[in-house]
Design a protein around this ligand. Structure first.
Ligand SMILES: O=C(O)[C@@H](CO)OP(=O)(O)O
Length: 346
């Protein structure tokens, strides 16, 4: 029997719509169940985008409203406050790992990259593997990446190091055929899998007419101050590109709509994304002001751990090594998970 530690990671297969008689559907409804507790009642729902959207409506999970100049948290409408408070009181604990992709070929060349889809360098591959080593004892039930290959490579390479050895599987729901052709017909195999969701909303900020330009040459041409403003200010966009505020409007909205409900339900989530899409999410998690976020810098391939508990995000920094005692002292759940891995593998 699965231990309590693994129970939520494994999930429960449901015979809801989307499970065919002949087999288990993974790509659309993912085949996992999520337990949410609305207003004192328990309900199992399928973990699909469709049902999560329903759950957002039903349980009042907050949609990001247009970001205020000082915080991407934005105002919360009153019906949501009640439902969310209710969920917060009862929600389980979950780990959230954020990782910026490893070094890309354009990072190496010092070019503005934005939404240009550039792969990792050899060093970036090594950084991703090292990131995976550092989080190899932390539970991961769901993975979100941007639509860009450098984030996807990072997530996949990181997971090669994970001690639980579940298989990350990319979800394809771009059309009905993709959904149907990527079904999995074994319950056991499903239990050993981690769904990987690609979302363009987590992409790097669109850098407009700076994409492909050399950062140093651009600073020489327009001045350090102007280029720094384009790169790090909250609300000033680069020419025909997205400001951090604009990037936050899609990235934070996606986080709140799709990822926060999973954390509420106790799912452990890893997000592999980009310098600026992650800066906007961290601004939301840490409640940074538009001034504070200007000095936030993320290194390539460094994982950041948050614990989500009672509706609050607690930043736990970056685990330096897989066995770093401090990481497991953070919560009993993480310590138990690691103990379970040790028992299983030794
Ligand atoms: O070029 C980019 O896409 C980003 C991240 O590498 O650059 P910046 O450091 O200016 O945000």
């Amino acid at each position: 029997m699965a231990s309590p530690v693994f129970h939520h990671a494994v999930g429960t297969l449901q015979s809801h719509r989307g499970l065919h008689d002949s087999g288990l559907r993974f790509s659309h409804d993912l085949g996992f169940s999520v337990k949410l507790i609305p207003k004192g009642l328990e309900a199992h729902i399928g973990l699909s985008r469709r049902s999560l959207n329903g759950c957002e409506r039903k349980y009042g999970v907050i949609k990001a409203s247009s970001a205020s100049p000082t915080s991407v948290a934005g105002p919360i409408s009153s019906p949501s406050i009640n439902d969310t408070n209710e969920l917060q009181k009862k929600s389980s604990e979950a780990a959230l790992i954020l990782v910026r992709h490893g070094e890309s070929l354009w990072n190496e060349k010092n070019l503005f990259t934005g939404c240009v889809d550039v792969p990792l360098t050899k060093r970036g591959v090594e950084e991703a593997i090292e990131a995976g080593r550092r989080i190899s004892n932390i539970p991961v039930d769901m993975i979100y990446t941007s639509a860009l290959i450098r984030a996807q490579m990072t997530a996949m390479l990181a997971m090669t190091q994970h001690r639980r050895k579940k298989v990350p599987i990319v979800m394809h729901d771009e059309n009905e055929q993709a959904r149907s052709w990527s079904q999995i017909f074994s319950e056991d195999t499903l239990k050993q899998s981690i769904p990987v969701i690609k979302a363009w909303q987590l992409n790097e900020r669109m850098y407009g007419e700076l994409q492909g330009l050399n950062k140093q040459e651009t600073a020489d041409r327009y001045g350090n101050e102007k280029v720094h403003e384009w790169r790090r200010s909250y609300d000033i966009p680069p020419p025909n590109g997205e400001s951090l505020e604009m990037c936050a409007q899609r990235a934070v909205a996606y986080f709140r709509d799709h990822i926060e409900p999973l954390l509420f339900s106790g799912k452990n989530v890893m997000i592999a994304a980009h310098g600026n899409s992650l800066r906007s999410i961290i601004m939301y998690l840490d409640k940074l002001t538009s001034q504070e976020v200007t000095s936030l810098e993320l290194s390539t391939g460094v994982p950041l751990l948050y614990i989500f508990k009672k509706g609050k995000f607690m930043r736990r920094g970056s685990p330096v090594a897989p066995t770093e005692a401090g990481v497991y002292a953070y919560t009993r759940t993480l310590a138990l998970y690691r103990q379970k891995l040790d028992d299983m593998l030794n």
